[in-house]
Design a protein around this ligand. Sequence first.
Ligand SMILES: Cc1ncc(COP(=O)(O)O)c(C=O)c1O
Length: 374
Amino acid sequence: MPSADTASSLHVDSLIERIRPEVRNDYAYIVSHPPNIEVKLNQNESPYDLPAHLKQELADELLRTELNRYPSEQPYELRDALADHLGVSPEMLLLGNGSNELTYTFGLTLLEKGTPVVLPTPMFALYEKVANLHGADLTSVPPREDLSFDTDAIVRAIEQVDPAITVVTTPNNPTGLTMSLDEIERVLSAASGFVVVDEAYYEFLEGKTAQSLLDDHPNLIIVRTFSKAAGLAGMRLGYMLGHPAIMQEILKARLPFMIDRVAEASGLLLLKHRELISERVRSMKKSIRELVTRLRGMDGVDVVPTEANFAIFRTPVDPPVLLDALAEDGVLVRNMQGYPELQGYLRVNAGTEKENNQFLTALNGALTNQGLVA
Ligand SMILES: Cc1ncc(COP(=O)(O)O)c(C=O)c1O
């Protein structure tokens, strides 16, 4: 007779069997964080926290906020302020608990088992995860040799499978490479389904955006976030821009009350002090430019050109070995080995000058220890 423990673990096994295979076969999205990390350059975040005087304003707002009351379904004040800032009508906007939440909701709105989806690679992993969770029929489109998205191949894939969703990202995470407006328009014109243009890093392009294509292409959905240039990753605030009728449909699939009152207040605060974002974008751009130049100056280091606040690079050292060596010096960057096209690459984001120096010193030390730098 099985012991109580065995019986309960058999029961758990049979319960797990009931979980949809699409979930069971997936992985939890967990970003590893070794102890004693002082220089965190692994999630493309801004190195700048909200300045103390703005945190104080937020704290004052929190004191005035009735936390016993639900927020509204959409944060209307923030939505209106954002619409005004972007020059669009508020009905074209859907705010979410980070852009990831909107991606999940969008998947829920459109995807069933076997729904065709086209994703060029390498691409921010969440899109593939959402497609897989719904059992969508995924067509991956490999990049050109320089790792940029292959527009001709994307258009061919769209013509072949007529996807419900095609996703492109510009600048792309993890490569930092961009697509031109002409290329995006070719994708939009080829697709009868939706085309998501993920512009999580669009502030770094200073004005280059697919927004002007919204009028002629009701299948265009632009996804953006307050997590990167705006430096609010800890607050969870993102948005979608699209045709008002489509936004209304997506709203039906959402969990209610996804934006809490404090997140709304922090978004409003940043819009009120938007010069802070531009100032910090300038600093991050300077930081990544200097970082890339100095990386390029190191023997055996190869860097992909980037237009975002991060870059991928490779060295002759095996990435896990390098990652461990950097972590020992308190520096965290990201291994790209989960992407088949990016074997050997690591990704690092722009830090403060001090953080960049610590990273470069640690990298130089690790390469020297491997006998790769004289
Ligand atoms: C391309 C891209 N889209 C979306 C996100 C997620 O943004 P959020 O923090 O708004 O969920 C990221 C974060 O790394 C990203 O790189």
